[in-house]
Design a protein around this ligand. Structure first.
Ligand code: PMP
Length: 349
């Protein structure tokens, strides 16, 4: 498969070759359980602790033990929601917070979320549009889902009490993530053998954690270059779509360039995703993992004020290091052709 035509990096990223090389020995040569006291265990434990250190360093945590490994950002988000306190969540959060949170939601207007002395969750970069919300007010406790921020925009934990992270959005393996816990204000996620300071029991995924450490170190070191690359590719796509009628760009005042959300009036996003798949390009529809009752309409875009007839026609293009200027130009050409084709067929949403 031609990775330059993969424009779904917000869904997941290809594992970077260096990350695979870093992980391989922990399957092949280091069989130990990180909790065993013998040398085999120690070797595994040392690798886990090195990764913990790199992750803490990458996000500006003051102590590596503020990082607790999980199975991914979904688990981290659920953990904070279920096991801490009654938080209010912004309406643009990922489904792994919106679903457990039910109806307790804050309001967003012009990408600003108003918070008072509350416990709130507001993500750093939205996974459907790349928009970065601004907080008005200082919450008592703040949970930040930073899954789409790390390695994409300058980001550090700042005042957050908790932050959710995931390896597979930054060239790491799937099924590994972390929760940053500033000062231990949380109940355990999983009870059992007492791993992870008693907060999350279970034998550690040593190779996965090593891959996460390598991936985050690499992603943060390349963040500025990745930002410039995504900005350029975004410009290329938008320049080539200038003549397309009935299109809107769902940008925020503060925008991460790696996600481009486009809506086409009267079309269905999914139809365009399929058309582009036939042309050899991978993108996604904006509503891919949303939790609304109307499967074609993204509740996140609705909360952002995108009208229904545009909302249903939304696609998400997300850039990453495997994309090239040539493939971005090709994608834009294929997209313009697909829009014209589907409109020509008289599709109505
Ligand atoms: N939060 C955000 C903002 C995401 O984009 C994702 C991935 N779709 C998640 C959480 C869930 O992450 P994971 O796949 O690691 O469970």
């Amino acid at each position: 498969m031609d990775l330059s035509r993969y424009f779904d990096h917000a869904a997941t990223t290809p594992v970077a070759p260096e990350v695979i090389d870093a992980m391989a020995p922990y399957w092949r040569d280091v069989p130990g359980n990180a909790n065993s006291i013998h040398q085999f265990g120690k070797e595994a434990r040392d690798a886990v602790e090195e990764a913990r250190y790199w992750i803490a360093e990458a996000i500006g945590a003051t102590d590596p033990y503020q990082i607790v490994f999980t199975s991914g950002a979904t688990e981290s988000n659920n953990w904070v929601w279920n096991k801490s306190i009654d938080m209010l969540v912004s309406p643009i959060e990922h489904s792994s917070l919106l679903v457990p949170a039910g109806s307790s939601q804050l309001e967003i207007k012009d990408w600003t979320v108003g918070v008072s002395d509350l416990e709130v969750a507001v993500m750093a970069v939205n996974n459907e549009t790349g928009g970065m919300p601004t907080l008005r007010g200082t919450p008592y406790l703040l949970h930040v889902d930073a899954t789409q921020a790390v390695g994409k925009v300058p980001w550090s934990v700042g005042d957050a009490s908790w932050a959710s992270l995931s390896a597979h959005k930054i060239g790491g393996p799937k099924g590994v993530g972390a929760l940053y816990i500033r000062d231990g204000v949380i109940n355990p996620m999983i009870l059992g053998g007492g791993q992870e300071s008693g907060l999350r029991a279970g034998t550690l995924n040593v190779s996965g954690i090593v891959g996460f450490g390598c991936a985050i170190r690499r992603a943060v070191a390349h963040q500025e270059a990745a930002y410039a690359h995504a900005t350029r590719l975004r410009e290329i796509v938008l320049e080539r779509l200038v003549g397309v009628q009935g299109m809107r760009v769902n940008d925020a005042p503060r925008q991460s360039p790696h996600i481009l959300s486009l809506s086409f009036l009267g079309l269905l996003g999914e139809t365009l995703v399929i058309e582009l798949d036939h042309a050899g390009y991978a993108i996604s529809s904006g509503a891919a993992c949303s939790a609304g009752e109307d499967k074609e309409e993204s509740p996140v875009l609705r909360a952002l004020g995108v009208p229904a007839e545009w909302n249903r026609g939304t696609i998400r293009i997300s850039f990453g290091e495997t994309n090239t200027e040539a493939s971005a130009a090709g994608l834009a050409r294929a997209l313009a052709a697909a829009v014209e084709n589907v409109r020509g067929l008289g599709q109505k949403s």
